[in-house]
Design a protein around this ligand. Sequence first.
Ligand code: 5GP
Length: 186
Amino acid sequence: MRYTDVSDQLDEVLVTEEQLLARLEELAREVERDYAGTEVLLVGVLKGAVMVMADFSRALRDSVQMDWMAVSSYGNGTQSTGVVRILKDLDTDINGRHVLLVEDIIDTGLTLSWLRENLMSRGALSVKILAALRKPDAVVADIVPDYLGFDIPNKFVVGYGLDYAERFRHLRDVAVLSPHVYAKGE
Ligand code: 5GP
């Protein structure tokens, strides 16, 4: 871990920046092939998907458009509540558009399952999902990403866009947050 000032708050690195970038390149080739001749709108889910959106969109050779939504499902805790609130809506009318939802992580899948329904109800022609990371509980909500970076164990992770109480998003790698950090509510 290259961030020495927080190294005592992190356990092991699960996925490195190099692994993420290499995998996103592979996924970009798949997306180019699957959407050949079709205009796709990438929809990023703020704030966690900022890094994956930046890296994935730049790995694409075909031009795309981008828009953002912000939803809240976790607050400052580490457990999914299943409650989704739209904090910032799309600027784009997605009626008749092919949408690729770009997400940081699928835990229970409740957020994405809700989002996919929400976008389909606005008349999107298709809504597919790209997620950088997936945890084992994703099977519960029956969410199968069309494009997946890595499966990780059921641990609370930070970095590469993922936060704990708005911290750690800037870390380049995905690392496990030491339980003592959220036990103390630091
Ligand atoms: P889900 O609805 O799939 O249970 O939760 C999805 C959202 O919860 C993610 O977009 C992310 O914001 C948050 N989340 C789930 N697991 C983690 C984790 O391990 N670390 C962090 N920082 N956020 C997580």
